[in-house]
Design a protein around this ligand. Sequence first.
Ligand SMILES: Cc1cc2nc3c(=O)[nH]c(=O)nc-3n(C[C@H](O)[C@H](O)[C@H](O)COP(=O)(O)OP(=O)(O)OC[C@H]3O[C@@H](n4cnc5c(N)ncnc54)[C@H](O)[C@@H]3O)c2cc1C
Length: 381
Amino acid sequence: MRFDTVIIGGGLAGLTAGICLQQEGRSCAIVSTGQNALHFFSGSFESVEAPTPRMSDLFTQAGIAVHYSPGVRLMPLGTFRPAALSLSDVTLAETPKFARKVLIVNFLGYQDFFTTFLADGLEREGMSCRIATLDLPETGQIMSSPSEMRSVQIARVMDRAWEKAVQEVRILLKDEDTVILPQVFGLNDSSVPERVRQAIPARVIFVGTLPPSVPGIRTQQLLKRRFEVLGGTYLSGDEVLQAHLHDGAVHSIVTRNLGSHYLEADHFILASGGFFSKGLKSNPFQVSEPVFGLDVRQAGDRSAWYDPDFKADQPYLQFGVETDEALHPLLGGRPVRNLYAIGSVLGGTRPELGTGAGLALRSAFAAADGILESPVIPNEA
Ligand SMILES: Cc1cc2nc3c(=O)[nH]c(=O)nc-3n(C[C@H](O)[C@H](O)[C@H](O)COP(=O)(O)OP(=O)(O)OC[C@H]3O[C@@H](n4cnc5c(N)ncnc54)[C@H](O)[C@@H]3O)c2cc1C
């Protein structure tokens, strides 16, 4: 099978690059093993001070509602963190003391939402809190098995029963000016969080739960849908095992499911993520990039990989694939000319492109531009 570009990894970076290329009429395939960092996404885009027009277009066209208002957001354990560009479910407050009286509402039997930590955190900031529980017949059905009582299962129920939940919250509400709910609304319909907000006569704040992240999964689904609507091919549940290189360029890649049917392309993009997604791997002696065996920037001495202070910025998070200016990764010190490395696989090697989601977006745009600026090679297949 032959494409203009084959992308390894279907997280934020890979999907963004794929959408940019498909929009310009280039045929792309994305191969992705499965879960990615978006499934754990807080809803706030790190290192994006203000969205560029290109980022705004990407989100709007994919149906992803975001807002930008630098402030602080309430974290799942009741602490506060600065945030700016965020999904619209995420409420950003100017200061940590954003309310007078708060009602924290959970679903009966749901243990992945930490109401007591939240109440402690808010009370430390001078807000008074009351915790209440919703006992709905709809969630009662999944409660019979504790392993089913997870964010995504509740979100599936809430897709059809959110109005019932809202009615019950309205009954629970006394004189509180703010209601806090777990982030389990709008898995398949991104308008639901806003409709919940409109239907409750108090300020509504959705707070993250233990993973998986419902807004993160929705974001991934919307980007994937946009890529496919544009004609892209998404091969999910497959893994790129190795690559064939010839004369300093990638010729084809081998995947677990396609076996001897190699994927050939003019361009390849490595968007396989960091340690979490196995885009980078480590053993006691070294950190490596498993598909191409690319050069990885790392500290030689293993004792320099970690800072014993658990809370410090850990040096290993800076490790990543080395690239030239144009994001072509280095192999034996030389750039692979038709391969680009983007997103978390870069670690901290390209600080000017930011960190987290900001790095994923900026490097994806840069790689797509590099490909679009290069001449189209006639398809021989
Ligand atoms: C747990 C966690 C939570 C995070 N939360 C946030 C947040 O809230 N905000 C923020 O700004 N940043 C966050 N980040 C940083 C995050 O890494 C970036 O925001 C961004 O989503 C990374 O996107 P990516 O596409 O580079 O990598 P990933 O999202 O990791 O995607 C890489 C994909 O490549 C696939 N893959 C790997 N190897 C292969 C292979 N050989 N063949 C096929 N597929 C392969 C993986 O399965 C995965 O699907 C978080 C990171 C982690 C690990």
